[in-house]
Design a protein around this ligand. Structure first.
Ligand code: NAG
Ligand code: NAG
Ligand code: NAG
Ligand code: NAG
Ligand code: NAG
Length: 548
């Protein structure tokens, strides 16, 4: 029902009158569509995909019969619960309209405060984004270092995401949160290989940093580190530069260690242009700042849904990516009773035999009953008493993992009688940076994994983090194997939807070493897959095995 309701939002209000009239004409037809839905979800799913006309037809009776959506204009029935602004040109980003049809209704609703903050941010971006008068004026002032007393000028946060696509996505999401918290316009310095992966998230504007940006070569910009050294921390507002470069990359940069502290943020607030390079999900570090903390807490009532909401908001697959995703989904995943996403990342392929990885995967999935054991007593393939179909989507740089699993289950009976089908979308052999098609496939696979019902990912992989957080899933984290060992347990269930921040600050703002995050920061926990890392957790009663 929720699937049907939310399609109503595609119907803009100007079409409303027409639709109400058409409703009476189309009612018998639509009723048929509704009945079809009751017999088969998939049948309607296909009906939806055929064309927008059919979607509108089918959605009419459900919405009018449902007392909770008496008004078609009810904003709460928008896709992703009102997170996305309306008014976009539908054909420019098909996934924005269709993606919710591929997901179960979400149990995680965005808070009204989050929606309010996003609408405010969008206004700022429309006013100050590239190709606006305010952008040009602000850049001229920034270039001329006119930094004092320009309260009216726009402030910017340029995100320089580095490392693989997963790292880049988690750092873009964290940087966006920082931009929202500090009323800055987010501009992303995308590599050209990333231009076509995502839709533009902001209406009538762009988040892509223009090539004409005066500080494109950010290596010339004064670093936060050198500013602190030069001024020995005694900066007055007037001394501050108009542009600063911050490095929050995993290669630890000591002087940026107080990024989470008020004394840093008080200085940074007065610098109109910040360039922030990162490959990390530094949201926990924002959470450690008292004033950001209270905002974040208001925006995210469930604290472990930061990436879930912001990632879902920012990362809509482009039409090209969506074509690949929806085609693969419809061909292989849509007919399954249950979808298992299995992400296998081998970090040291030379020292880790494939068999050891395969054993680890099977011990994890079979022990936790994600996949059934083979029925060795029964030579008949597919006992007919239970024909439920489980599809396993394998993502890996190597084809062998998918092939092994497929061979294992192909034409074999399982103890549960379930039929197991195994698909792998690609096998690229090596991770490639700056390669457009490689990134397109990676994005497609992360997204497909996020559409699964159950997720098994590899520890410490940011590719897995994106899939888990976008899908709102707590994955089974496979042990990060780097040799021919056998490790117990093979995997552990994550306790939070959030990505892990691998390099949290080591110091309190007074310079003392942080020995125990949990006692100071109630909603931070050591990550299960990386003991030095921390992540947000919704529930304070979550018990930890590891802690930093
Ligand atoms: C409903 O669908 C039918 C056939 O699929 C089509 O002829 C008709 O125009 C559609 N009505 C609306 C409101 O789009
Ligand atoms: C976006 O642009 C379109 C067409 O140029 C215009 O009709 C619409 O009002 C604009 N929306 C906003 C929010 O500026
Ligand atoms: C059939 O498969 C489902 C899982 O899809 C399982 O829960 C159930 O126990 C199985 N039934 C039998 C009789 O094995
Ligand atoms: C890995 O260890 C197993 C025994 O645990 C052994 O049979 C196998 O040959 C080893 N493989 C490699 C590549 O060393
Ligand atoms: C998150 O935590 C709040 C209390 O802090 C609780 O009411 C809510 O049920 C939790 N949500 C989930 C999904 O665990």
């Amino acid at each position: 029902m929720a699937i049907l309701q939310s399609t109503m939002d595609k119907i803009s209000s100007k079409k409303l009158t027409t639709l109400i009239i058409l409703f009476f004409i189309a009612f018998p037809l639509a009723l048929t569509a509704n009945l079809m839905f009751r017999t088969s979800t998939f049948a309607l799913f296909e009906l939806f995909s055929q064309n927008k006309v059919a979607m509108k037809n089918a959605s009419l009776p459900t919405s009018t019969n449902d007392p909770t959506s008496s008004s078609i204009r009810d904003k709460k029935t928008k896709p992703i619960g009102g997170l996305l602004a309306s008014g976009f040109d539908e054909s420019s980003c098909i996934s924005r309209l269709q993606s919710h049809l591929y997901r179960k209704p979400s149990p995680h609703k965005p808070s009204p405060y989050l929606i309010y903050k996003l609408r405010n941010y969008e206004e700022l971006h429309t006013r100050c984004g590239p190709n606006t008068r305010d952008y040009r004026r602000s850049m001229i002032k920034i270039v001329n270092s006119e930094n004092n007393g320009n309260a009216a000028m726009c402030k910017y946060l340029v995100c320089v995401p580095v490392n693989g696509l997963g790292n880049q996505m988690i750092s873009i999401a964290a940087t966006f949160l920082y931009a929202v918290l500090t009323d800055r316009v987010l501009l992303v310095r995308f590599g050209e290989d990333k231009y076509r992966l995502f839709c533009e998230p902001f209406l009538n504007s762009t988040w892509i940093l223009p090539k004409s940006f005066p500080f494109w070569n950010y290596k010339l910009v004064e670093t936060y580190e050198s500013m602190l050294k030069k001024e020995k921390g005694k900066n007055s507002k007037e001394d501050l530069p108009s542009t600063l470069f911050l490095n929050l990359q995993h290669t630890k940069n000591e002087p940026d260690k107080f990024f989470h502290c008020d004394h840093s943020q008080d200085l940074l607030r007065n610098v109109p242009l910040l360039i922030l390079k990162s490959d990390q999900y530094f949201v926990p570090s924002l959470f450690m700042n008292p004033s950001f903390n209270s905002e974040i807490t208001k925006m995210f009532l469930e604290r472990d849904t930061v990436f879930y909401h912001l990632g879902g908001y920012l990362f809509q697959p482009s039409n090209e990516a969506w074509g690949l995703i929806s085609k693969f989904y419809q061909e292989h995943l849509s007919k399954a009773d249950e979808r298992i996403g299995l992400q296998i990342r081998v970090f040291a392929p030379d020292s880790t035999p494939q068999q050891a990885v395969m054993d680890l995967v099977l011990r994890c999935t079979i022990k936790n009953k994600l996949l059934p054991e083979l029925d060795t007593q029964n030579s008949m393939p597919y006992r007919m008493k239970n024909k439920s179909i489980k599809v396993v989507l394998v993502t890996s740089l190597k084809a062998e993992y998918g092939e092994n699993l497929r061979n294992m289950y192909e034409n074999k009976a399982t103890v549960t009688g379930e039929v197991i089908r195994v698909y792998q979308a690609s096998h690229e052999e090596h991770q490639k940076h700056h390669d457009k098609m490689h990134n397109m496939k990676a994005w497609m696979e992360m997204y497909l994994l996020s559409l699964c019902d159950v997720l098994v990912t590899t520890s410490v992989s940011t590719f897995g983090y994106v899939a888990q957080s976008l899908g709102g899933l707590r994955p089974w984290l496979l042990y990060k194997l780097t040799n021919n060992d056998t490790h117990f347990p093979a995997c552990e269930r994550d306790f939070s939807l959030e990505p892990c921040y691998h390099i949290p600050p080591n110091h309190y703002c007074n310079g003392n070493l942080i020995k125990d995050f949990v006692s100071t920061f109630l909603y931070l926990r050591g990550c299960k897959d990386f003991s030095n890392g921390v992540k947000l957790v919704n529930d304070t009663t979550t018990i930890l095995d590891h802690g930093p």
